[in-house]
Write a protein of this length. Sequence first.
Length: 54
Amino acid sequence: MKRRVQRGQSAVEILIVLALLVLVLAAGPRSPLERLFQAFGDRYERYTHAMSLP
């Protein structure tokens, strides 16, 4: 019996899992990804305010 070599299958599986993960993080009105970006924006705003003080 000849053994068939499967190449590239794991790359496709990883791509599908990553796509589902991104979809879960980006779904919804207050998604975790949106909250993360909001937190970065708030921290940057506080940092720039503190740096502008004499």
